[in-house]
Design a binder for this molecule. Structure first.
Ligand code: DX5
Ligand code: ZN
Length: 248
């Protein structure tokens, strides 16, 4: 199981420090939410934040583009240090082209689906991507309530990934805390994006990450053990060798 802390909930005055702490605590990647006020009703940040974070961490900088025309900004984010792009299925009439453009930049690519979008739209694009992100809230804001109606869909995406591309990551984003993490991992997720439950608590980032994973880690370990026995493994990269979230 991997954690992708979302800096949307971080203290921007201490951003470098907070990202470094997340890295030390075992984060797998740093999730950066880009919002344009059109695709979602909120503004957040742009490529300069990626450029500022690049020298601060060795972790993958995962860029979640919640913007109307993702194609226009890929090069700029790649130049700034993004390693991985998450692009939405919604509103993109040439998704295959966008995915190929990201590949041509030599970056990892994932497709995102919103809560009201069915899992079935992923079928044809799945062979071309490294990860799928299932939104568990409507995108645009941090600290929203997890939508439980997305759980059966996470299960359907897991089945599709196991059938078509078992090494593909299944990530969830929005309202993830220790309890909803447990539910998502049980349903088939292997990467948790979390903003407020990592950066927005009264605890240190290290403690918050440890609490976040407390309930899901054993479920993930059991599930992966069963899957390995059947000759498969979930997730794009084997977890062996990666630092575990501290405290677990
Ligand atoms: C929401 C963003 C999320 C957000 C999650 O549109 O995509 O990544 O930061 O925040 P929490 O974990 O607070 O729901
Ligand atoms: Zn996000």
């Amino acid at each position: 199981m991997k954690v992708a802390p979302s800096i949307l909930a971080a203290d921007f005055a201490r951003l470098g420090e907070q990202v470094a702490e997340a890295e030390k605590a075992g984060a797998d990647r740093i999730h950066i939410d880009i919002m344009d006020g059109h695709f979602v009703p909120n503004l957040s940040m742009g490529a300069p934040i990626v450029a500022s974070l690049r020298p601060v961490t060795k972790l993958t900088l995962e860029t979640h583009l919640m913007i109307s025309n993702a194609d226009l900004f890929l090069q700029e984010f790649a130049n700034s240090g993004s390693d991985s792009f998450l692009v939405h299925w919604e509103g993109n009439v040439n998704l295959h082209r966008t995915v190929q453009s990201i590949r041509a930049l030599g970056k990892r690519v994932g497709v995102v689906i919103n809560p009201a979008t069915p899992a079935a739209v992923l079928e044809e694009i799945l062979p071309d991507v490294d990860q799928v992100l299932v939104m568990t809230v409507d995108p645009g804001f941090g600290h929203q309530h997890f939508l439980h109606s997305t759980l059966p869909k996470i299960g359907r995406v897991r089945q599709m990934i196991d059938r078509i591309k078992p090494e593909c990551d299944l990530e969830v984003d929005g309202g993830i805390d220790s309890e909803t993490a447990r539910l998502c991992v049980k349903a088939g997720a292997n990467v948790l994006v979390a903003g407020s439950s990592v950066f927005g608590t009264n605890n240190s980032v290290t403690e918050a990450m440890s609490r976040l994973c407390a309930k899901g880690e054993s479920i993930y370990a059991n599930r992966n053990h069963r899957t390995r026995k059947n000759g498969r493994q979930h997730g794009a990269a084997p977890d062996a060798g990666r630092p575990r979230v501290r405290g677990l």
